[in-house]
Design a protein around this ligand. Structure first.
Ligand SMILES: [Mg+2]
Length: 198
């Protein structure tokens, strides 16, 4: 029997993007950014910059995410390896496709061959035809999405794809979640959720 498929996000699920971005930005531009001000995953308001300048800075940072120096969430490595024994894991990311090669290299360095594919959905302000993670999950036949974004998770939930809302972040707070969505604040909880031992 073939394995069921789970879709997995990268940023804030495998990689602490905002933490690393803030460190880098503060060092380069003399800012003292506060993670709590990132109450949505749009960066231009907390940075106080227009959208094109914000995208420029985020992309410049993204180009510096090196497989040797940019570490994922430590506990994600073992958890992903464990999960991949029971499920087929497919990466679904909003990172721009121009970062695909370095993203694949980064995933290989840290997760070996745990992920079978990667799909870039694109990001609305810069992609001509962005697609939703729900559409990608339906196409992949994924049973669940692990993601820190409430929007992506709720879109999947409406398409009867189970949601694992990852982390307890300023940008993913909400009063109520649909019955097919579970918040997991760590990879240990993700393993428990899928009834795998940590
Ligand atoms: Mg994310």
């Amino acid at each position: 029997m073939s394995k069921e498929i789970i879709a997995v996000d990268i940023d804030e699920v495998l990689f602490p993007f905002i933490d690393e971005f803030i460190k880098d930005h503060d060092a380069r531009f003399g800012t003292s950014l506060d993670k709590n001000h990132f109450d949505t995953y749009e960066f231009s308001a907390p940075l106080g910059l227009d959208v094109p300048t914000t995208i420029e800075r985020v992309y410049a940072f993204q180009k510096r995410i090196d497989s040797k120096i940019s570490e994922p969430f430590e506990e994600s490595k073992e958890a992903v390896a464990k999960l991949s024994k029971h499920y087929e894991l497919a990466v679904v990311t909003a990172r721009h496709p121009q970062f695909e090669d370095m993203t694949i290299e980064w995933l290989r360095e840290h997760y070996k061959s745990s992920f079978v594919s990667i799909t870039h959905i694109g990001f609305a302000p810069i992609m001509e035809k962005p697609i939703t993670k729900a559409a990608v999950c339906l196409e992949l036949g994924a049973i669940a999405l692990i993601d820190d974004s409430i929007d992506h998770i709720l879109q999947c939930s409406k398409s009867d794809i189970e949601g694992v809302l990852f982390g307890n972040y300023p940008w993913n707070q909400t009063n109520a979640l649909p019955p097919n969505v579970t918040r997991c604040t760590s990879w240990l909880e993700v393993l428990e959720h899928f009834e795998l031992q940590a």
